[in-house]
Write a protein that binds this ligand. Structure first.
Ligand SMILES: NC(=O)c1ccc[n+]([C@@H]2O[C@H](COP(=O)([O-])OP(=O)(O)OC[C@H]3O[C@@H](n4cnc5c(N)ncnc54)[C@H](OP(=O)(O)O)[C@@H]3O)[C@@H](O)[C@H]2O)c1
Length: 246
């Protein structure tokens, strides 16, 4: 039976992952800010077969709370087998261009909080001697685009941090998976004009995530075709890239 900590436990993508783990009888510890939303997800997971579900309210930007959350998870379920970091906010790029405080807030939520938490999680898993870490980054981190480079910069920091952390933990047998979804139909993207055929359901993306964690993969583009799209985007010469509207 697996013990799984999910930060951003009420996210649409994380919920879809948790539903799969629930059917396998996992024990799930869900953390996020809004208790009512968390409890609704927890109830759903209990009905779907989770062996146990606990919730924990925290604002991930309050770094002082991270250690208490990890301690609460371990006290509730014992050693943690999988940590999925799934919290995030989609930045208002136009606002971030005008307002430095807004840009820093978004960088905190989408990068600094994750890096702070990963540092504690890595040391906790090293101390217990096993475990897997999976972090939802984004294809947006692969290249800084004019339309969302604040969010992209945060995700690029997370991706690079995970790459280094993976190398540090490799010999200890602790896996680090970097997840790069493309467009996913969730509350985060509600109301955005996205190219329909490229938008995946949370369930589709969750299947890939759960499989990649089980296979202890290093990096996942999901759905798969985003690895090709991002290869093309990364290959565009800079003098072309700065002229195209992406
Ligand atoms: N949707 C997409 O197209 C897409 C694409 C690429 C990557 N991603 C990434 O995938 C992950 C999940 O996204 P989603 O689309 O499933 O989003 P979502 O449904 O909007 O969920 C976001 C989650 O983050 C939590 N959260 C936000 N701010 C928080 C804070 N300060 N402290 C604690 N929890 C916080 C929210 O819970 P509370 O509000 O209760 O705190 C919620 O659980 C994110 O990292 C996102 O950047 C999404």
């Amino acid at each position: 039976m697996k013990n799984i900590l999910i930060v951003g436990g009420s996210s649409a993508i994380a919920t879809a992952c948790a539903r799969q783990w629930a059917t396998e009888g996992a024990r799930l510890f869900l953390a996020a800010r809004q208790p009512i939303r968390l409890e609704a997800v927890a109830q759903d997971l209990r009905v779907r077969g989770a062996a146990a579900v606990a919730t924990h309210v925290l604002d991930i930007n309050d770094h002082q709370q991270h250690a208490a959350m990890l301690a609460a998870c371990s006290e509730t379920f014992g050693p943690i087998d999988v940590v999925l970091i799934a919290h995030g906010t989609l930045c208002d790029q136009a606002l971030c261009e005008r307002d430095v405080e807004a840009a820093l807030r978004e960088l905190n939520t989408n990068a600094i909080s994750t890096i702070a938490l990963l540092t504690l999680v890595a040391n906790a898993l090293l101390a217990q001697g096993h475990g897997s870490i999976a972090v939802i980054s984004s294809v947006a981190g692969d290249r800084g685009r004019a339309s969302n480079y604040v969010y992209g910069a945060a995700k690029a920091a997370v991706t690079t941090f995970c790459e280094g952390l993976r190398a540090r933990l490799f010999k200890s047998g602790i896996g680090v998976l970097t997840i790069k979804p493309g467009f996913v139909d969730t509350p985060m993207t509600a109301g955005l004009a996205l190219p329909g055929p490229l938008v995946a359901s949370p369930e589709r993306v969750a299947r890939d995530i759960v499989h990649a964690i089980a296979k202890r993969k290093d990096t996942l583009y999901t759905p798969w075709f985003w690895s090709g799209i991002m290869l093309v985007i990364r290959s565009l010469p800079r003098f072309v890239f700065k002229r195209v509207s992406l």
